[in-house]
Each structure stands twice: as C-alpha cells, then as structure tokens.
Write a protein that binds this ligand. Structure first.
Ligand SMILES: Nc1ncnc2c1ncn2[C@@H]1O[C@H](COP(=O)(O)OP(=O)(O)OP(=O)(O)O)[C@@H](O)[C@H]1O
Ligand SMILES: [Mg+2]
Length: 581
C-alpha cells in the first residue's frame, strides 16, 4: 500500500517549470498558497507509475498584482515567470511504492524528472508521519522512540529508529539551556518502557535524580565523604578502588613524565605492582590467572606492599667485590616515592586509595560489573536497566579518570562476553567535553579517558556498546569521537565555532538546514543521521520526569520578599565534600 494515496483534489497545482533538481509550481488558490511554508515537504507525481518525487519548498513568491506597475518592477529578476504565486521546490529524492518485497522505499536519487503539468501535493499530518517513518526506517510494531512532533506540522509525530540511533553512536548538542538534558530525559522516558532496557548515564551534576520508576537505578560515585563509611553498592554507592586502574592510568597518576628518570620509575612501579598482585593470588587456586598474568589483570593488590617494595629498592645495598655497595636504584626513587605517598594519603583521593574491605575481595568486581551491565530483566535483586551514575561529588580533576574507568570496564566485559550473551548497552555521556576533550596534555588522565572513548567510538558497535555524546561545546569534544557519531540531534547553537563543527556533519545537498541552528527555539532540535535520512526539525516533547536543571529566574527571584539563601549548609557541604545531610 502506498503511503501517498493522494486524490486529485489534494493537488496544490501544476508544475510550470522544471530544472534538473528544482521545479516551480504555480498555486492559484490563495488559501492553498498560504498553507505552504518554506522547508515543508512536497510530493510530485512522477512519470513512472508507483513513484513520487519528494522535494523541499525552498522559496515562495507572491508577486504583486500586475496592474500596479511600481511594484512589478521590484520583483527580483531571477523570478522570470510572468505568473503570480510561485513555489520553488528543491527535489531531494524518490519514494518508490514497492521495490522487490519492500514497500515504500525512499532513495536519495532522482530516478525521473517530473513532467510539466504533473500534480504536486503537500505532505502533512498522517502522510507526513508515514513518510518520516519511511525516512527513519521505523517499521514493525512495538514501542517506538517518539521524540516529539515535527515543527512543520504539529499533527505529525517524530519517530526515530532506535536501532540506528544507538548502534552507530549519536551526539546531542546545543548551547546551555537549549534543552539537551530535557531531550535526554525524554529519550530515557521512551527507553524505560522497554522490558530489557540497558544503559548507563554519566550524570556530572546530579541533574537526573528526579527520574524515578522501575526502570531506573541510581548510583553515586563514592566521594571524599565516604571514606571510612561502610557503604557499598547495595546502598547505591559505587566505589572505584585503585586496583581497577589500568597501567596507563597508574603511570599517569604516579609518575612525573617530566622527570628524566621517568621510564625507569614506570618500569619499577610496574614490577612492584605485578608482584603485589601476584602476592594476592593463591598459586594453586588461581593458577589459570597467574599463567596469563599482566599488569592490567584486574586483581586487587595491597598498595602498602608496593610502597614498601619501592622503599626497599631505594635503600637497597648489594654485595660488591669490595664489600656492600649501593644498589642500582639507590636513592633514585625518592621522588617517585614521595609522589606516590602524596597521592595515596591525599584525602581527596581517599575514596580510590582507601576503599572499604569488601572492595578488596576478588569477587567484588563480578558483583559490580553485574550491577553496571545487567539489563532490566536480570533475574536477581540487581534489576539493572537504566543506571544513572551521579558524579557530582567527584573532584573535577579526576572526573575523566573515573568516568573512563567505568566506560572501560563496560567495554572490556562486553569484549569478553560471548556474542550470544551480548546484550547491547548504551553509554550516555552528559557534559562530554569535561571528560572527552579535544585538547589533552600528553600522558594525562584526560588522554587516557579520550583513548578509551575513542576506542568505544570506533569498535563499540561490534560489541554492542553505543555512545550518546551530550555537550554544549561540540568544538571542545574530541573530533575522532564526534566523527564516529552517525546521528546528530542539534539544538540551538549560538557559538560560531560550535555551529561549524555541526554544519560539517549535516549533508550538504540540503544546505539551508545549518542556518537554522542559531534560531531554533528552546526544546527544538534538528535531527539528522542514520536514524533520520532527511534533516528534520523536531519540537521535543517534555519528558515525564524533568531533570532538575531548571533555569533560575533571576528577576522573579529578586522580587521575593523572603530570603532563601543557605550559605552555612553550603559551606559545610563544601568542607565535607558531600551534599548528604
Ligand atoms: N522540550 C522542552 N520543552 C519545554 N521546555 C524545555 C524543553 N527543553 C528544555 N526546556 C526548558 O529549558 C530549560 C533548560 O533545559 P536543559 O536543562 O535541558 O538545558 P541543557 O541544554 O541541558 O543546558 P546545560 O548545557 O546547561 O546543561 C529547562 O529547565 C526547561 O525549562
Ligand atoms: Mg544539561
């Protein structure tokens, strides 16, 4: 069944001029002309049966009455037709009713050119919804990802293809306050309807605490306020102990790369950590682990053991020909040791270096990975689903390290999962410019984080790990990661640099859409990519649970009679590094 079953009465009017990719239509009826708007979609009956050409209205001109000579002369010269009421349409593709066994196929090529006098119809309401469904390849039954409505036509629902959107990564961009968090919450709303939903949202500001319901789990990264408290994952507190850090992260934390002795220091530290990890393992019971052991093996180890080993090496005396002499590293590690101690005793980092006992058990990793990766249907008390991880109490300089640690964990576990058991998971990265930055210092924590996200962006699709990068500064987000995102949800963008980054991701044959970026309304988005072949302007519906990101009404608040500030609690929380009461 063709989705474009127009009757002859629906026709706008006849085509009066045809070019390779543009046509001009004359619309005599003023009422009809008023209904047409620039950027609206139209269908033209093609000479071939079962095909329609699809176009976008690029210009509408209503020439003044020819009796008034003064006004006729103001008509632009390019408008060469003597008639009134012209609509210019840029052709963008062909809709074929049936191709092979598939019905309604849209192609970005022009299979024919419309004939003069062919009929032309405006795509509205139900037909527009159906056409957009074809564009985004939303077929089949079941819940759809319903983002909102099309700006062109309130009556048409904007549906996205949930497979394509999450498979090939997506970005949500827009200046501050343009509605990214709301759009994210709207997507989560729709996803939460699915019985086996599975995603992790990195919530850097604790904005998404308001999302409640069966599908949502809230976890908080342990912060300085959790040192010494015995709170675990059952209480919604997620510890990320030091032994989870990979080789690069450990070196970035402990070794000062500008030190001329740095390669030696990294090598010795590696050796000591490997020894410490081996010491934890039982030679018999863990033989299979020991046989394939590397510095990156996720095995708990005693950090004091490493410090003692380094101290020993730093003081070691060896037998020489003429009695004891200084060992090869004598006094060469003093700087490394003091840096090492500074870190492990730094209270700010205490939640990494002083985790509760339970985090030092071998099986803890399994429990935690299960919590993070489980889908909603997990049979036990874990009940995965949409996991919202609150990073708001994590010091900003180690945020990249912590976020990427979780991303890496998810990716590595997925890599080691047999394909039949791989349940897809999506990582939503809010405020991504903070931990996937474009500019990084060599060997810094930022660089490690970028490396991990680049890897996921490039290879994640194969393992069922998708990224949704959310940022207000796309120009500050790593380019490699951005270039791998095949879907763009762009909200209002005012900054020129950011606009040009996004423009480059829009298909150029459709030109004008980039110009919309600065004039989109709050909550309006341009959606384009795998999940929607034609850029479409969508008014995002309000989410069921609104993120707590409300824009503060300065003027209104300043008019209140009562004071509302609570500075002393703020200062107390700052000192305790925790908002918990
Ligand atoms: N779809 C929408 N419909 C109606 N109002 C909206 C919509 N999206 C956003 N708003 C309004 O805009 C405000 C800011 O939105 P939001 O917090 O999503 O912005 P943001 O882009 O995430 O900003 P930031 O970059 O600062 O995090 C909201 O509090 C809400 O009042
Ligand atoms: Mg936000």
């Amino acid at each position: 069944m063709s989705i474009l079953n127009f009757g002859d009465l629906d026709s706008l009017d006849k085509i009066i001029a045809v070019d390779t990719a543009t046509v001009t239509v004359r619309v005599d009826e003023l009422e009809l002309l008023k209904k047409i708007q620039v950027n609206r979609l139209v269908a033209l009956r093609s000479a071939k049966a079962g095909q329609h050409l699809i176009g976008i209205v690029s210009r509408i001109t209503r020439k003044a009455d020819s009796t008034s000579s003064t006004q006729t002369s103001t008509v632009e010269p390019e408008n060469e037709f003597p008639e009134n009421n012209l609509v210019r349409i840029a052709l963008i593709g062909t809709l074929v009713d049936k191709e092979g066994v598939t019905e309604n196929v849209f192609k970005r090529t022009l299979e024919t050119v419309p004939e003069i006098d062919a009929d032309c119809f405006s795509l509205e309401g139900e037909r527009l919804t159906n056409f957009m469904k074809v564009i985004s390849d939303v077929r089949g039954e079941g819940p759809q990802l319903h983002l909102g409505r099309y700006a062109l036509d309130e009556g048409a629902r904007a549906l996205l293809n949930g497979n394509r959107l999450f498979q090939r990564h997506a970005i949500v961009v827009g200046s501050t306050g343009s509605g990214k968090s709301y759009t994210t919450a709207r997507m989560l709303d729709q996803i939460s309807e699915l019985p086996q939903a599975n995603l992790i949202l990195f919530d850097t500001h604790g904005e998404y605490r308001t999302l409640q319901g069966d599908a949502f789990r809230h976890l908080r990264i342990a912060g300085p306020g959790d040192i010494g408290e015995n709170r675990g994952i059952e209480d919604g507190v997620l510890h990320l102990p030091y032994w989870l850090l990979g080789y690069e992260a450990l070196v970035a934390l402990f070794v000062d790369r500008s030190d001329q002795n740095a390669p030696n220091q990294a090598m010795l530290m590696t050796r000591c950590i490997v020894d410490a990890k081996r010491a934890t393992l039982d030679p018999e019971g863990h033989r299979d682990i020991l046989n394939n052991f590397t510095i990156d093996s996720p095995v708990p180890f005693d950090i004091e053991f490493v410090r003692d080993e380094l101290t020993n090496l730093n003081q070691e005396m060896v037998e020489g020909a003429r009695g004891p002499k200084q060992g090869p590293y004598f006094d060469k590690l003093s700087r490394l040791i003091s840096r090492f101690e500074a870190k492990i005793f730094d209270r700010r980092l205490g939640f990494i270096f002083r985790p509760p006992e339970s985090c030092m058990e071998m099986n803890w990793l399994e429990v935690m990975a299960h919590y993070l990766i489980a889908d909603r249907a997990a049979q036990d008390d874990v009940k995965g689903g949409i996991k919202i991880i609150d990073f708001s109490e994590v010091p900003s300089d180690i945020l990249p390290l912590m976020v990427s640690l979780i991303a890496r964990l998810v990716f590595v576990v997925k890599q080691w999962t047999l394909p039949v058991y791989r349940h897809p998971i999506s990582l939503f990265c809010d405020e991504a410019h903070l931990y996937i930055p474009e500019r990084t210092a060599a060997d810094s924590a930022d660089e490690i984080s970028v490396g991990i996200f680049e890897r996921i962006a490039k290879e994640g699709r194969k393992y069922g790990v998708g990224l949704v990068v959310i940022s207000q500064r796309p120009s500050e987000v790593n380019r490699t990661v951005l270039s791998q995102c095949n879907n763009v949800v762009a909200m209002r963008l005012t900054n020129g640099e950011d606009q040009s980054v996004i423009r480059r991701l829009l298909p150029d044959s459709l030109g004008g859409f980039g110009d919309l970026l600065p004039i989109l309304d709050i909550g309006e988005a341009l959606v384009v990519g795998d999940a929607s072949l034609l850029p479409s302007r969508v008014v995002v519906s309000q989410p069921r649970f609104k993120p707590s990101s409300t824009t503060v009404e300065f003027w209104d608040k300043w008019q209140l009679e009562e004071a509302v500030s609570d500075t002393s609690n703020a200062v107390r929380s700052w000192r305790r590094q925790s908002n918990a009461t």
